[in-house]
Design a protein around this ligand. Structure first.
Ligand code: NAD
Length: 309
């Protein structure tokens, strides 16, 4: 099996590449390294530095003739998408169209797309199922929703085999601590550097955190079972920022300080998704409890911090 992982030098894509390599697949990674890092690229994968918005990428897909494309390359900073909607749309809409168009024209068997529960906008009921209304409130959610709609068009019109997986808040080793998303990685990096992270608001806002190894397995299953349609990949449990800080303190064995700042405008009080549909369809369910996942994430970041200082 010849498998392409776009964004495979990034956080989630590199774990997905690991999962496919473990099955003995021939894995190729395309990434422009705008956010990804060479050290994330798993041994055994072939790396091609390329931009998914380029004509060269379309030609690459036609030449290589992959069996499967797993699409994780994206612009994914929600607040940046507000300031730079053209860039966000170029990568997330036009780049994704290139993936789908190239996949169809080169005879790819199955495509899996990484989407986000940010397409839902404000959570009106929880846990949010796939029937939840879709009302994205930032360009990032709009561009990801556009990708989903292009996928539905390809599925209906050209009978392409496509899974779209919407994640909640993914965390784990290799997450970029310098982005705007990923409170666990951001706080952890600050604690290890002896700095004091700022909690926006009282810290009681709750999020649905899912470990990256569970997400990688969901991607593997999407291909193996040729799952069709859109599914939520989440833990169906909610933890507050204060809970996360508590787990980080326990794992680090120190009472790290935090400061509180003003709440961010538009920050929802609570988000939580339902994975019941994907569990019913595939048998997949998340297996890493948050406190265990945070412990192993702390171990990874600590080791990296020690080797870099
Ligand atoms: N991290 C999360 O909590 C989360 C939640 C929901 C959805 N997602 C989705 O999962 C995917 C991966 O997210 P991540 O957290 O691993 O982010 P990431 O930034 O670590 O990975 C994205 C990768 O895409 C690459 N990339 C960006 N633009 C590119 C381009 N034009 N051409 C080629 N490569 C390009 C980056 O260099 C990076 O390596 C994204 O599609 C994101 O929208 C992530």
């Amino acid at each position: 099996m010849k498998i392409l992982v776009t964004g495979g030098a990034g956080f989630i894509g590199s774990h997905v590449a690991d999962a496919f390599l473990a099955t003995g697949a021939d894995v190729v990674i395309v990434d422009n390294l705008s956010m990804g890092r060479r050290e994330n690229i798993p041994q055994g994968a072939r790396f091609v530095e390329m931009d998914i918005t380029s004509d060269a990428f379309t030609q690459f897909l036609l030449d290589e003739k992959f069996d499967h494309i797993n699409h994780h390359a994206a612009h994914m900073e929600l607040r940046v998408s507000v300031d730079k909607p053209v860039h966000d749309a170029a990568v997330n809409i036009l780049g994704s169209i290139r993936v789908l168009d190239g996949a169809r024209r080169s005879g790819v068997q199955h495509v899996t797309l990484a989407s986000t529960t940010a397409v839902l906008g404000e959570f009106l009921h929880m846990p949010a199922t796939e029937e939840h209304p879709v009302n994205p409130i930032a360009p990032y959610g709009v561009s990801k929703r556009s990708m989903e709609l292009y996928a539905e068009y390809e599925r209906l019109t050209h009978h392409m085999s496509i899974t779209t997986l919407r994640y909640t808040n993914v965390y784990g080793p290799r997450q970029n601590p310098h982005g705007e998303a990923g409170v666990i990685a951001i706080f952890l990096e600050k604690f290890l550097a002896g700095q004091t992270p700022i909690i926006h608001g009282d810290g009681r806002q709750e999020r649905d955190y899912i470990h990256v190894s569970d997400v990688a397995l969901a991607n593997l299953i999407a291909f193996e079972q040729r799952v069709q349609g859109t599914y939520h990949i989440c833990a169906n449990s909610a933890a507050s920022v204060l809970d996360v800080v508590g787990y980080l303190r326990t794992a680090l064995g120190t009472s790290c300080e935090v400061h509180h700042g003003p709440a961010k405008a538009g920050d929802p009080a609570r988000t939580r998704g339902s994975h019941d549909a994907y569990t019913a369809r595939t048998g997949w369910r998340p297996i890493v409890p948050l406190h265990d996942g945070i412990s192993s994430t702390v171990a990874w970041f600590t080791q990296r911090h020690e080797t870099s200082t």
